[in-house]
Ligand binder design. Structure first.
Ligand code: TYD
Length: 140
């Protein structure tokens, strides 16, 4: 369910929790809860204190980010607006479309980020310079 449209191409969703007396389960299916086909899942964990990650955008990749343990703060920027999102629950999913600059910081020691990605790892899809990112979004 949509919780908040953060930017036109970036949204925070709440996951449906299948909970019972034993605990909780969240299922994320391609084409259902996650509205794109995905080819890759990666985990970011053991992030050292004070570390900031990201600082890039993608030309076409779409992602669905879940902080399955602990918390961290995402900054998302589409070249017009810059917003901060706290990911602090496995029940939240941050959908990041293409053409969004992202930065991650304030990882708690127990933070585990799970990133579901629409494509395999493709270096050519990365934009690592903020100036190049602005040119990319202004020309698209
Ligand atoms: P990096 O892109 O620097 O991570 P972030 O943008 O989250 O700060 O990736 C860290 C390392 O992991 C780098 O050596 C590339 C590698 N990597 C893969 O091998 N496969 C992947 O899918 C990703 C996202 C990164």
């Amino acid at each position: 369910m949509l919780l908040e449209q953060i930017l036109p191409n970036c949204a925070l969703h709440s996951h449906r929790v299948a909970g019972d007396e034993r605990g909780s389960l969240i299922s994320l299916q391609s084409g259902f809860e996650i509205p794109f086909e995905f080819k890759r899942v990666y985990l970011v964990y053991g992030t050292r204190p004070g570390v900031e990650r990201g600082f890039h955008a993608h030309k076409s990749l779409e992602q669905w980010v879940v902080c399955v343990s602990g918390s961290c703060v995402f900054t998302v920027d589409d070249g017009n607006d810059r917003r901060e999102v706290l990911l602090d629950s496995p029940e939240k999913g941050l959908q990041i479309g293409s053409g969004i600059w992202r930065e991650m910081r304030d990882f708690t020691p127990d933070a585990v980020l799970m990133v579901v990605a629409s494509t395999h790892y493709e270096l050519d899809d990365y934009i690592r310079s903020y100036d190049e990112f602005l040119s990319f979004v202004r020309s698209s």
